[in-house]
Design a binder for this molecule. Structure first.
Ligand SMILES: NC(=[NH2+])NCCC[C@H](N)C(=O)O
Ligand SMILES: [Mn+2]
Ligand SMILES: [Mn+2]
Length: 324
Protein backbone atom coordinates (compact mmCIF):
# COMPACT_ATOMS: atom_id res chain seq x y z
CA UNK A 1 0.00 0.00 0.00
CA UNK A 2 2.80 2.39 0.85
CA UNK A 3 4.56 4.03 -2.06
CA UNK A 4 8.21 4.96 -1.79
CA UNK A 5 8.66 8.62 -1.05
CA UNK A 6 8.95 10.83 -4.09
CA UNK A 7 10.42 13.77 -2.23
CA UNK A 8 13.86 14.45 -3.60
CA UNK A 9 16.47 15.22 -1.06
CA UNK A 10 18.52 18.24 -1.94
CA UNK A 11 21.41 17.52 0.39
CA UNK A 12 21.83 13.75 0.17
CA UNK A 13 23.79 12.02 -2.55
CA UNK A 14 21.94 8.77 -1.82
CA UNK A 15 18.42 9.71 -0.69
CA UNK A 16 17.35 6.09 -0.63
CA UNK A 17 20.23 4.92 1.52
CA UNK A 18 19.79 4.93 5.23
CA UNK A 19 22.63 4.56 7.73
CA UNK A 20 21.25 3.29 11.03
CA UNK A 21 23.07 3.56 14.36
CA UNK A 22 21.53 1.77 17.36
CA UNK A 23 22.76 3.35 20.58
CA UNK A 24 22.01 1.47 23.80
CA UNK A 25 23.25 4.22 26.11
CA UNK A 26 21.62 5.39 29.37
CA UNK A 27 24.43 7.31 31.10
CA UNK A 28 23.03 10.80 30.43
CA UNK A 29 20.36 10.23 33.08
CA UNK A 30 19.72 7.96 36.04
CA UNK A 31 16.95 5.56 35.00
CA UNK A 32 17.78 2.15 33.64
CA UNK A 33 15.89 0.78 30.66
CA UNK A 34 16.41 3.43 27.96
CA UNK A 35 19.36 1.36 26.67
CA UNK A 36 16.87 -1.35 25.65
CA UNK A 37 14.95 0.93 23.28
CA UNK A 38 16.92 0.35 20.05
CA UNK A 39 16.47 -3.40 20.35
CA UNK A 40 12.77 -3.00 21.15
CA UNK A 41 12.24 -0.66 18.18
CA UNK A 42 14.10 -3.00 15.83
CA UNK A 43 12.31 -6.09 17.15
CA UNK A 44 8.97 -4.40 16.59
CA UNK A 45 9.91 -4.34 12.90
CA UNK A 46 10.99 -0.74 12.32
CA UNK A 47 13.95 -1.45 10.02
CA UNK A 48 12.01 -4.03 8.03
CA UNK A 49 9.24 -1.48 7.49
CA UNK A 50 11.77 1.04 6.25
CA UNK A 51 13.29 -1.36 3.76
CA UNK A 52 10.25 -3.37 2.69
CA UNK A 53 7.49 -0.76 2.80
CA UNK A 54 9.40 2.47 2.21
CA UNK A 55 12.06 1.05 -0.13
CA UNK A 56 15.10 2.32 1.70
CA UNK A 57 18.41 0.55 1.39
CA UNK A 58 19.17 0.09 5.08
CA UNK A 59 22.82 0.06 6.13
CA UNK A 60 23.16 -1.29 9.64
CA UNK A 61 25.86 -3.31 11.35
CA UNK A 62 23.16 -5.43 13.06
CA UNK A 63 24.55 -4.35 16.38
CA UNK A 64 23.16 -2.38 19.27
CA UNK A 65 26.16 -0.44 20.53
CA UNK A 66 26.60 -0.32 24.28
CA UNK A 67 30.16 1.07 24.10
CA UNK A 68 31.25 -1.08 27.08
CA UNK A 69 34.91 -0.76 26.17
CA UNK A 70 34.71 3.01 25.86
CA UNK A 71 33.14 3.65 29.26
CA UNK A 72 35.73 4.56 31.89
CA UNK A 73 35.56 2.86 35.28
CA UNK A 74 36.62 5.99 37.15
CA UNK A 75 34.15 8.81 36.46
CA UNK A 76 33.63 11.28 39.32
CA UNK A 77 31.24 14.23 38.92
CA UNK A 78 32.70 17.33 37.29
CA UNK A 79 31.08 20.80 37.53
CA UNK A 80 28.04 18.92 38.86
CA UNK A 81 27.80 16.72 35.76
CA UNK A 82 27.12 13.03 36.34
CA UNK A 83 29.16 10.50 34.37
CA UNK A 84 30.82 13.19 32.25
CA UNK A 85 33.63 10.96 30.94
CA UNK A 86 31.26 8.14 29.98
CA UNK A 87 28.97 10.49 28.05
CA UNK A 88 31.97 12.16 26.45
CA UNK A 89 33.59 8.88 25.37
CA UNK A 90 30.37 7.42 23.99
CA UNK A 91 29.36 10.56 22.11
CA UNK A 92 32.87 10.93 20.65
CA UNK A 93 32.64 7.42 19.23
CA UNK A 94 29.05 7.95 18.07
CA UNK A 95 30.00 11.23 16.41
CA UNK A 96 32.41 9.42 14.10
CA UNK A 97 29.90 6.60 13.40
CA UNK A 98 27.31 9.18 12.33
CA UNK A 99 29.90 11.21 10.44
CA UNK A 100 30.94 8.12 8.45
CA UNK A 101 27.41 7.62 7.12
CA UNK A 102 26.74 11.33 6.61
CA UNK A 103 29.97 12.03 4.73
CA UNK A 104 28.83 9.55 2.05
CA UNK A 105 25.61 11.50 1.63
CA UNK A 106 23.41 8.91 3.32
CA UNK A 107 20.51 9.78 5.61
CA UNK A 108 21.46 8.93 9.21
CA UNK A 109 18.90 7.47 11.60
CA UNK A 110 20.01 7.09 15.20
CA UNK A 111 17.95 5.12 17.70
CA UNK A 112 18.69 6.02 21.34
CA UNK A 113 19.35 5.85 24.12
CA UNK A 114 18.89 8.98 26.22
CA UNK A 115 19.11 12.44 24.69
CA UNK A 116 22.75 13.01 25.69
CA UNK A 117 23.61 10.98 22.58
CA UNK A 118 22.64 13.98 20.44
CA UNK A 119 26.06 15.41 21.32
CA UNK A 120 27.39 12.61 19.13
CA UNK A 121 24.78 12.58 16.38
CA UNK A 122 24.46 16.33 15.79
CA UNK A 123 28.23 16.91 15.94
CA UNK A 124 28.73 14.10 13.43
CA UNK A 125 26.26 15.42 10.86
CA UNK A 126 27.34 19.05 11.40
CA UNK A 127 30.92 18.11 10.56
CA UNK A 128 29.94 16.04 7.51
CA UNK A 129 27.68 18.77 6.12
CA UNK A 130 30.41 21.38 6.56
CA UNK A 131 32.91 19.21 4.72
CA UNK A 132 30.61 17.94 2.01
CA UNK A 133 28.60 21.08 1.27
CA UNK A 134 30.46 23.91 3.00
CA UNK A 135 27.32 24.77 4.90
CA UNK A 136 25.95 25.10 8.38
CA UNK A 137 23.06 22.79 9.09
CA UNK A 138 19.98 23.48 11.19
CA UNK A 139 18.64 21.47 14.13
CA UNK A 140 14.94 21.00 14.86
CA UNK A 141 14.67 19.79 18.46
CA UNK A 142 11.25 18.36 19.27
CA UNK A 143 10.99 17.90 23.02
CA UNK A 144 9.12 18.81 26.19
CA UNK A 145 12.51 20.06 27.41
CA UNK A 146 15.10 22.43 25.95
CA UNK A 147 18.10 20.28 27.00
CA UNK A 148 20.27 23.37 26.95
CA UNK A 149 21.36 23.56 30.57
CA UNK A 150 24.97 24.45 31.12
CA UNK A 151 26.43 22.43 34.00
CA UNK A 152 25.97 25.40 36.35
CA UNK A 153 22.23 25.84 35.61
CA UNK A 154 21.34 22.14 35.83
CA UNK A 155 19.55 21.02 38.97
CA UNK A 156 19.90 17.34 38.12
CA UNK A 157 23.46 17.11 36.79
CA UNK A 158 22.07 14.75 34.14
CA UNK A 159 23.81 15.40 30.84
CA UNK A 160 20.70 14.51 28.82
CA UNK A 161 19.48 17.94 29.94
CA UNK A 162 22.62 19.62 28.47
CA UNK A 163 23.37 18.39 24.92
CA UNK A 164 22.34 21.59 23.12
CA UNK A 165 24.55 23.65 25.45
CA UNK A 166 27.66 21.72 24.42
CA UNK A 167 26.59 21.62 20.76
CA UNK A 168 26.24 25.43 20.62
CA UNK A 169 29.27 26.12 22.87
CA UNK A 170 27.09 27.85 25.44
CA UNK A 171 28.82 25.26 27.61
CA UNK A 172 32.45 24.52 27.06
CA UNK A 173 34.90 22.24 28.74
CA UNK A 174 38.61 22.12 28.12
CA UNK A 175 39.29 18.72 29.66
CA UNK A 176 40.22 16.35 26.87
CA UNK A 177 38.17 13.48 28.28
CA UNK A 178 35.12 15.67 29.02
CA UNK A 179 33.94 16.92 25.61
CA UNK A 180 37.40 18.33 24.87
CA UNK A 181 37.17 16.38 21.60
CA UNK A 182 34.57 18.81 20.24
CA UNK A 183 35.95 21.05 17.50
CA UNK A 184 34.52 24.07 15.66
CA UNK A 185 33.30 21.78 12.87
CA UNK A 186 31.01 19.96 15.35
CA UNK A 187 29.22 23.09 16.54
CA UNK A 188 25.71 24.33 15.73
CA UNK A 189 24.85 28.02 15.31
CA UNK A 190 22.25 29.15 17.90
CA UNK A 191 20.41 30.93 15.06
CA UNK A 192 19.99 27.60 13.27
CA UNK A 193 18.34 25.85 16.21
CA UNK A 194 14.55 25.65 16.55
CA UNK A 195 12.53 24.02 19.33
CA UNK A 196 9.03 22.61 19.05
CA UNK A 197 6.88 21.24 21.89
CA UNK A 198 8.55 22.84 24.92
CA UNK A 199 6.64 22.85 28.20
CA UNK A 200 9.14 22.09 30.97
CA UNK A 201 12.03 24.51 30.65
CA UNK A 202 14.30 25.29 33.61
CA UNK A 203 14.76 28.88 34.81
CA UNK A 204 18.38 29.04 33.66
CA UNK A 205 17.44 27.57 30.30
CA UNK A 206 14.77 30.24 29.72
CA UNK A 207 17.41 32.87 30.33
CA UNK A 208 19.79 31.21 27.86
CA UNK A 209 17.08 30.98 25.20
CA UNK A 210 16.16 34.62 25.68
CA UNK A 211 19.70 36.01 25.81
CA UNK A 212 20.77 34.11 22.72
CA UNK A 213 17.61 34.80 20.73
CA UNK A 214 16.97 31.10 20.18
CA UNK A 215 13.74 30.32 18.32
CA UNK A 216 11.38 28.17 20.40
CA UNK A 217 7.76 27.12 19.94
CA UNK A 218 6.15 25.93 23.15
CA UNK A 219 2.91 23.99 23.59
CA UNK A 220 1.33 27.40 24.23
CA UNK A 221 2.35 28.49 20.73
CA UNK A 222 0.92 25.28 19.30
CA UNK A 223 -2.38 25.86 21.11
CA UNK A 224 -2.49 29.42 19.83
CA UNK A 225 -1.49 28.93 16.19
CA UNK A 226 -2.04 25.24 15.52
CA UNK A 227 0.67 22.77 14.62
CA UNK A 228 0.51 23.59 10.90
CA UNK A 229 1.36 27.24 11.40
CA UNK A 230 4.01 26.50 14.03
CA UNK A 231 5.90 24.10 11.77
CA UNK A 232 5.63 26.64 8.95
CA UNK A 233 7.14 29.33 11.18
CA UNK A 234 9.87 26.96 12.40
CA UNK A 235 10.84 26.08 8.83
CA UNK A 236 10.71 29.72 7.78
CA UNK A 237 13.17 30.57 10.53
CA UNK A 238 15.60 27.95 9.22
CA UNK A 239 15.19 28.95 5.58
CA UNK A 240 14.49 26.68 2.65
CA UNK A 241 18.11 26.18 1.67
CA UNK A 242 19.49 24.55 4.81
CA UNK A 243 20.09 20.88 5.65
CA UNK A 244 18.09 19.79 8.69
CA UNK A 245 18.91 17.38 11.52
CA UNK A 246 15.73 16.40 13.40
CA UNK A 247 16.27 15.35 17.01
CA UNK A 248 13.03 13.91 18.37
CA UNK A 249 12.62 13.20 22.08
CA UNK A 250 9.62 10.90 22.47
CA UNK A 251 8.62 12.87 25.61
CA UNK A 252 7.52 15.68 23.29
CA UNK A 253 4.45 13.52 22.83
CA UNK A 254 1.82 13.57 25.55
CA UNK A 255 2.26 10.68 28.02
CA UNK A 256 -1.06 9.42 26.70
CA UNK A 257 0.81 8.41 23.53
CA UNK A 258 4.27 7.83 24.96
CA UNK A 259 4.08 7.00 28.66
CA UNK A 260 7.29 4.96 28.76
CA UNK A 261 9.91 7.68 29.02
CA UNK A 262 12.19 8.93 31.79
CA UNK A 263 10.89 12.48 32.24
CA UNK A 264 7.24 12.55 31.08
CA UNK A 265 5.41 15.89 31.11
CA UNK A 266 1.66 16.16 30.67
CA UNK A 267 0.11 18.47 28.13
CA UNK A 268 2.15 17.38 25.14
CA UNK A 269 1.75 16.72 21.44
CA UNK A 270 -0.75 14.21 20.14
CA UNK A 271 0.76 11.42 18.08
CA UNK A 272 -0.76 13.04 14.97
CA UNK A 273 0.91 16.36 15.77
CA UNK A 274 4.23 14.55 16.25
CA UNK A 275 3.82 12.69 12.98
CA UNK A 276 2.81 15.92 11.27
CA UNK A 277 6.04 17.63 12.33
CA UNK A 278 8.03 14.72 10.91
CA UNK A 279 6.04 14.65 7.67
CA UNK A 280 6.37 18.38 7.14
CA UNK A 281 10.11 18.28 7.75
CA UNK A 282 10.41 15.37 5.32
CA UNK A 283 8.46 17.35 2.73
CA UNK A 284 11.05 20.13 2.73
CA UNK A 285 13.47 17.74 1.06
CA UNK A 286 16.15 19.09 3.39
CA UNK A 287 16.15 16.46 6.11
CA UNK A 288 19.51 14.69 6.40
CA UNK A 289 19.28 12.93 9.79
CA UNK A 290 16.94 11.98 12.59
CA UNK A 291 17.39 10.86 16.19
CA UNK A 292 14.67 9.11 18.14
CA UNK A 293 15.48 9.13 21.84
CA UNK A 294 14.23 8.57 25.40
CA UNK A 295 11.97 5.57 24.76
CA UNK A 296 12.23 3.55 27.99
CA UNK A 297 10.32 0.27 27.71
CA UNK A 298 10.88 -0.62 31.37
CA UNK A 299 8.90 2.40 32.66
CA UNK A 300 5.08 2.35 32.69
CA UNK A 301 5.43 -1.10 31.17
CA UNK A 302 1.73 -1.31 30.35
CA UNK A 303 2.31 1.51 27.87
CA UNK A 304 5.65 0.30 26.55
CA UNK A 305 4.39 -1.21 23.32
CA UNK A 306 2.29 1.90 22.71
CA UNK A 307 5.40 4.08 23.18
CA UNK A 308 7.44 1.89 20.83
CA UNK A 309 4.67 2.01 18.27
CA UNK A 310 4.56 5.81 18.53
CA UNK A 311 8.34 5.95 18.07
CA UNK A 312 8.15 3.80 14.94
CA UNK A 313 5.40 6.00 13.58
CA UNK A 314 7.49 9.16 14.06
CA UNK A 315 10.45 7.64 12.24
CA UNK A 316 8.32 6.38 9.36
CA UNK A 317 6.70 9.80 9.06
CA UNK A 318 10.10 11.52 8.88
CA UNK A 319 11.07 9.11 6.12
CA UNK A 320 8.08 9.85 3.96
CA UNK A 321 5.43 7.36 5.00
CA UNK A 322 1.88 8.67 5.45
CA UNK A 323 2.31 11.14 2.58
CA UNK A 324 0.25 10.40 -0.47
N1 LIG B 1 16.28 14.59 27.42
C1 LIG B 1 15.50 14.81 28.47
N2 LIG B 1 14.45 14.05 28.68
N3 LIG B 1 15.83 15.80 29.28
C2 LIG B 1 15.15 16.13 30.49
C3 LIG B 1 15.86 17.25 31.21
C4 LIG B 1 15.17 17.64 32.49
C5 LIG B 1 15.81 18.79 33.22
N4 LIG B 1 15.67 20.03 32.49
C6 LIG B 1 17.28 18.52 33.50
O1 LIG B 1 18.12 19.23 33.02
O2 LIG B 1 17.61 17.61 34.20
MN1 LIG C 1 12.58 15.62 26.96
MN1 LIG D 1 15.34 15.63 25.34
Amino acid sequence: MTQPSTITSRFLSHPNQLGVVAVGFNGGQCKKGVEAAPMALIESGLLTQLSDDLDYEVHHDNTVHYYENDIPTEDPDHRGMKKPRAVSAVTEKLSSQVYNYAKDGKFVLTLGGDHSIAIGTVSGTAKAIRERLGREMAVIWVDAHADINVPETSDSGNIHGMPMAFLTRLAREEKKDIFGWMQDEHIVNTQKLVYIGLRDVDRGEKKLLRENGIKAFSMHDIDRHGIGRVVEMALAHIGSDTPIHLSFDVDALDPQWAPSTGTPVRGGLTLREGDFICEAVHETGNLIAMDLVEVNPSLETKGASETIRAGCSLVRSALGDTLL
